[in-house]
Design a protein around this ligand. Structure first.
Ligand code: FES
Length: 348
C-alpha cells in the first residue's frame, strides 16, 4: 500500500487517432488531492466536534434513563398508566438508540483517521508455466482414474447417474396419474357424517348433550363410531375429513339465518379443516367469535356462516347441520353439503 499521489490533471488526451482504444487515448487521471477536514487542521474545531459527539452520547444516556424511570414509574395497573408507560419507554428507547448511532457517525466523520490509501492491484492471471502445470496435473488425474480405458465403469457410472432422476419422477407420478382412485373432489365430499350420526368428543368419544354445552365453549368433535365404520388403515383419513368444531354462542349473536337454522339453540358445528390448505382450524377467540387457522392466519367469523374475514382461504368453513335426538344428544341432521377442506381442487 502507498499513500495517495498528488492530483494529476484530469483526462489529458494524448492526441491519438479516433478509433484507438481508451487505454492508449487517455492517461490515468490518478486520485484527487486529499482535502483535509477542518477538524484535522484546526484544534478548536476538533475540540468542538469532540464536545458534539459527547453531547450526542449524553442524550443517548438520558434516553436510557428515561426508559428505566418510565418503566418503574408507570406500572401497568391501569389503562392510563399503560399509555404513559408505552409512550415514555418507547421514546426513551428511541432516544437511546438514535443518539448513540448519531454520535458514532459524527465521531467517525469528524474525528476518526481520514487517510486515503491506494492498494495496487496485483496481476490476476497465473503465469503460463502455472497454467501448463495445472493442465498437466488434471490430465494425469484423468489418466489415473482410468475413465478412458475402463469403458465398463464409465458406462455403468453414466447409467447409475442417469437413473438417479427416476425416483423423483416415480414419486411425483401420483400427482397426475391417479389410476382407479376417485378424483379429489369426490374424496373430500364424502365423510362419515350422516343423518342421525351422534357428535362425540375427540378424543374421549363421549356423546354430547345439548343442554351441557356452555355458552362460549368450544368442543372438538368426531362422528360416533369412527373406528368401527372405517376400513382398516382409513381411520386417520376419515378423522381428518370428519373433524368438527362445536361452539355455543348466544342465539342473538348469530347474524346468519341459515346458520341459526343449521345450528341448535346457539350451538353451531363447522368443519375443522381449513379451506385454504387443510390445516386444523383450532384457535377460537371467544370474545370475537373468530376461528383462526394457525398455518397462514386465515380467520373465519363464526357469527356469520364462518365466512373468511382475513387470510388466504377462499371460502367459508362448511357447516354441519345439527339437531338433538330423543335423548337430548347432539346429532347431525344431514351429511356436509359441500366438500370439506382445501379449495384448490376443481369442484363440481
Ligand atoms: S391452511 Fe389455513 S390458512 Fe392456510
Amino acid at each position: 500500500m502507498q499513500a495517495a499521489a498528488g492530483y494529476a490533471p484530469h483526462g489529458t488526451e494524448t492526441g491519438a487517432e479516433p478509433g484507438q482504444g481508451l487505454a492508449t487515448r487517455f492517461t490515468d487521471p490518478g486520485v484527487p488531492a486529499h482535502v483535509h477536514r477542518l477538524t484535522d487542521i484546526d484544534r478548536k474545531a476538533a475540540k468542538r466536534a469532540e464536545r458534539q459527539v459527547s453531547f450526542l452520547f449524553l442524550l443517548s444516556f438520558l434516553g436510557t434513563v428515561l426508559f428505566v424511570v418510565a418503566y418503574f414509574a408507570f406500572p401497568l395497573t391501569s389503562g392510563e398508566n399503560l399509555v404513559y408507560s408505552r409512550l415514555l419507554t418507547g421514546l426513551g428507547l428511541a432516544m437511546a438508540l438514535f443518539f448513540i448511532g448519531a454520535g458514532a457517525v459524527h465521531w467517525a466523520k469528524k474525528l476518526m483517521p481520514d487517510d486515503e490509501v491506494v492498494e495496487e492491484r496485483h496481476v490476476v492471471a497465473s503465469s503460463d508455466e502455472d497454467r501448463a502445470e495445472a493442465a498437466e496435473v488434471l490430465r494425469q488425474g484423468g489418466e489415473a482414474t482410468g475413465f478412458g480405458r475402463r469403458k465398463m465403469i464409465w458406462g455403468s457410472l453414466t447409467a447409475s447417474l442417469g437413473a438417479l432422476g427416476i425416483p423423483a419422477v416415480v414419486s411425483l407420478r401420483d400427482t397426475w396419474i391417479r389410476g382407479d382412485a376417485p378424483p379429489p373432489y369426490e374424496i373430500i365430499s364424502e365423510t362419515l357424517w350422516q343423518e342421525g350420526t351422534r357428535l362425540v368428543t375427540d378424543p374421549a368419544g363421549l356423546p354430547i348433550r345439548a343442554d351441557e354445552v356452555a355458552i362460549g365453549s368450544v368442543v372438538h368433535v368426531l362422528p360416533e363410531g369412527l373406528e368401527e365404520d372405517s376400513a382398516e388403515g382409513e381411520v386417520l383419513n376419515e378423522k381428518a375429513k370428519a373433524s368438527v368444531l362445536l361452539m355455543r354462542l348466544e342465539v342473538e349473536e348469530i347474524l346468519s339465518e341459515k346458520e341459526q337454522e343449521w345450528g341448535y339453540n346457539g350451538i353451531v358445528a363447522y368443519s375443522k379443516i381449513c379451506t385454504h390448505m387443510g390445516c386444523p382450524v383450532a384457535l377460537y377467540e371467544q370474545q370475537t367469535h373468530h376461528l383462526l387457522c394457525p398455518c397462514h392466519q386465515s380467520t373465519f367469523d363464526v357469527t356469520e356462516d364462518a365466512k373468511v374475514i382475513f387470510g388466504p382461504a377462499a371460502r367459508p368453513l362448511p357447516q354441519l347441520a345439527i339437531s338433538v335426538d330423543e335423548e337430548g344428544y347432539l346429532v347431525a341432521r344431514q351429511p356436509f353439503q359441500e366438500p370439506v377442506g382445501p379449495s384448490f381442487w376443481e369442484r363440481g
